[in-house]
Design a protein around this ligand. Structure first.
Ligand SMILES: CC(C)(COP(=O)(O)OP(=O)(O)OC[C@H]1O[C@@H](n2cnc3c(N)ncnc32)[C@H](O)[C@@H]1OP(=O)(O)O)[C@@H](O)C(=O)NCCC(=O)NCCS
Length: 150
């Protein structure tokens, strides 16, 4: 891939492009607008949004969601950059831990430090989120990354 791939904070006008990426990847749209654009990052190539990732904050903890890369650009490290950006954002926000649910990419997140977790042990505020209650099936893998020191 010759052209530059830059990350930048999401803007209100990115919503439709992010929605289209999620739709194409068959990822949940539920709740996308709740914390958009403040909690989202996008990857841009030649002015076009080609990737995204977001963190829903629920009390002291976060939910990493909507990690997506346009399929022609997968496999060059962009997904990892987007996810690492949100991990650093979550640390800067002072979140205690970051959780995720995934049916499609359980093998992707352990390289970033995520460990398998029991969905039922997630904090109550996270379990009340739309991803936990309706968007992600019970069969989804649940993973957790502790962020707070000690
Ligand atoms: C998952 C996704 C974001 C990864 O983005 P990407 O830019 O292709 O990832 P990277 O190039 O950073 O890949 C890094 C590594 O992850 C691996 N990987 C990529 N997607 C994977 C997946 N779905 N499952 C397991 N491993 C995966 C790659 O093989 C690569 O491994 P390597 O370094 O050993 O070769 C991208 O495949 C995608 O958009 N998938 C569809 C949406 C999705 O399932 N998102 C997760 C929802 S929570």
């Amino acid at each position: 891939v010759a052209e530059e791939l830059n990350l930048r904070p999401a803007r209100p006008g990115d919503l439709s492009a992010v929605r289209a990426l999620l739709e194409t990847a068959a990822l949940p749209l539920d709740g996308l607008e709740d914390q958009f654009p403040a909690a989202y990052v996008v990857a841009v190539s030649e002015g076009r949004v080609v990737g995204a990732a977001g963190v829903e904050t629920h009390g002291p903890d976060g939910l990493l969601r909507s990690v997506v890369v346009d399929s022609p650009l997968r496999g060059v490290g962009l997904g990892e950059r987007l996810a690492r950006d949100r991990i650093e954002w979550s640390r800067a926000q002072g979140l205690a831990s970051l959780w995720l649910l995934t049916t499609t990419a359980a093998g992707f997140f352990p390289r970033l430090g995520f460990l398998p977790a029991d969905r039922a042990s997630a904090p109550a505020l996270l379990r009340a989120s739309r991803e936990f209650t309706s968007a992600c099936p019970a069969s989804a893998a649940c993973q957790r990354l502790p962020l707070a020191a000690g």
